[in-house]
Design a protein around this ligand. Structure first.
Ligand SMILES: [Fe+2]
Length: 91
């Protein structure tokens, strides 16, 4: 099973438009620090190719989004093995 809640990259940009619900994207910044961003209804996100990131649902456990593919291969996660160090709220 493909898991997006571990730190990974993609060969292509990961582009989503959120129609409803919400979810959290986490990012590894160039200095190695980590940050999470909540994306909500009517928001658009573009995670550039090669960016270390992760994804998980919020406690509401619901998101409806359109994903824009360049190629299906480009969506395959490449796990980097880096640990997520941020404390997570438990659903
Ligand atoms: Fe991803």
């Amino acid at each position: 099973m493909i898991k997006f809640d571990q730190i990974h990259t993609h060969a292509d940009d990961e582009v989503r438009y959120v129609i409803d619900g919400e979810a959290i994207f986490g990012f590894v910044r160039p200095d190695g620090s980590q940050v999470e961003l909540t994306v909500q209804k009517e928001e658009y996100i573009n995670v550039p190719a090669g960016t270390e990131h992760w994804f998980h649902l919020t406690p509401a456990r619901r998101i409806k989004a359109v994903r824009y593919f360049i190629s299906t291969e480009g969506w395959v996660p490449q796990y980097t093995g880096r640990e997520i160090r941020l404390h997570r709220a438990v659903a």
